[in-house]
Design a protein around this ligand. Structure first.
Ligand code: GDP
Length: 364
């Protein structure tokens, strides 16, 4: 599955946020089959009202949402790249995630120590990112000599990688993250293979005080401004409030949100932002037994999409009966869509679209 790491300085609210995420998941366990959670790894359901709509039409007995994994990665302090704090362990955990959520402290509270002395989310973001950039810089500088040698020896792959490395190194030396490098589509695989920390997509989470959960505050406004300038995704959220909402029974949740003046739980916004950040889309399988959502990367072709369900589906893929979500709803299900000629038979080259209702045909 896809993993989003929760990263930030100590005492910014990471654990509070992570616990809220996993408690929400636990509270939903009555409705949603629930997977075991390691202490710092949690799987959360991606809320998607389309799934309820589809299940209603098909009379599905069970609704199974798709999931996103969050990992609470503690241990980042100034000097982590030099092995301070949990330094290396911390960096190794970041390498394993697909995207990073930077939790930034945007609340004042004299009872909660700020490791840098004062509340300053932008400076905190710089501190965190600097550690990651230093780690990337050192790892590339270590690799570049060997790469040059191989490239001189005529190794094509090394040559290609070296070209990318030489584009990324000046950025890092200039204090900029690797994700700002201009990478062509056909270079993407080689770039990803470098597995840099600062090439991962980033989401800013401005953790505001309880009173600012609706409107945000001056600190979170700065975070939003920065995100906008970088073309990054950001959400303002009050981890404290989310942790209160998380333990409420589902029925009381909506009422509480309304009383607070919130339209949607912050966690739902966070999950959706993570989804968007990872470039993910959802397709559905719908029948009387279950209506289920599946996650794929945007641009995935039908056989690989089928492979998410089972590797046999991918190996033996023949075609995919495809109904767009809107058609499925408008024509009241599979039969209606079929009769109206809105069920397409798509082959191996079909790029699955967000919201497709699919039925795979495959041979064993
Ligand atoms: P972590 O070190 O980043 O995981 O931070 P924690 O989640 O453990 O939070 C550190 C302290 O800050 C705890 O005492 C939390 O209760 C508190 N805290 C977290 N979010 C908020 C918030 O929005 N407002 C206030 N006042 N305190 C918060």
């Amino acid at each position: 599955g896809f993993k989003c790491g929760i990263v930030g300085l100590p005492n910014v609210g990471k654990s509070t946020l992570f616990n809220a995420l996993t408690q929400t998941a636990a509270a939903q366990a009555a409705n949603y089959p629930f997977c075991t959670i390691e202490p710092n790894v949690g799987e959360v359901a991606v809320p998607d009202p389309r799934l309820e709509t589809l299940a209603g039409i098909a009379g599905s007995k069970e609704i199974i949402p798709t999931r996103l994994t969050f990992v609470d990665i503690a241990g980042l302090v100034r000097g982590a790249s030099k092995g301070e704090g949990l330094g290396n362990q911390f960096l190794a955990h970041i390498r394993e995630v697909d995207a990073i959520a930077y939790v930034l402290r945007c609340f004042e509270d004299d009872d909660v120590t700020h490791v840098e002395g004062k509340v300053d989310p932008l400076s905190d973001a710089d501190t965190v990112e600097t550690e990651l950039m230093i780690a990337d810089l050192e790892s590339l500088e270590k690799r570049v000599v060997a790469l040059e040698k191989r490239a001189r020896g005529g190794d094509k792959e090394a040559k290609e990688q070296l070209e990318i490395v030489n584009r990324v190194l000046p950025l890092l030396r200039d204090g900029k993250p690797a994700r700002l490098a201009k990478i062509a589509d056909d270079e993407r695989a080689a770039f990803d293979a470098l597995n840099l920390l600062t090439s991962k997509p980033v989401l800013y989470v401005a953790n505001v005080d309880e009173g600012s959960a609706v409107e945000g505050n001056a600190y979170s406004a700065k975070v939003m401004e920065r995100a906008k300038a970088e073309g990054a995704v950001a959400v303002a959220i009050s981890a404290k409030i989310e942790s209160e909402i998380a333990v409420l029974p589902t029925a009381e949740r909506a009422e509480y949100l309304e009383a607070l003046g919130l339209r949607e739980a912050g966690l739902d916004r966070l999950i959706h932002a993570g989804y968007q950040l990872l470039g993910l889309v959802t397709y559905f399988t719908v029948g009387p037994k279950e209506a289920r959502a599946w996650t794929i990367e945007r641009g995935t072709k039908a056989p690989a999409a089928a492979g998410v369900i089972h590797s046999d589906f991918e190996k033996g893929f023949i075609r995919s009966e495809t109904i767009a979500f809107a058609d499925y709803v408008a024509l009241k299900g599979e039969n209606g869509a079929k009769d109206a000629g809105k069920m397409r038979l798509e082959g191996k080259e079909y790029v699955v679209a967000d919201g497709d209702v699919l039925h795979f045909r495959f041979a064993n």
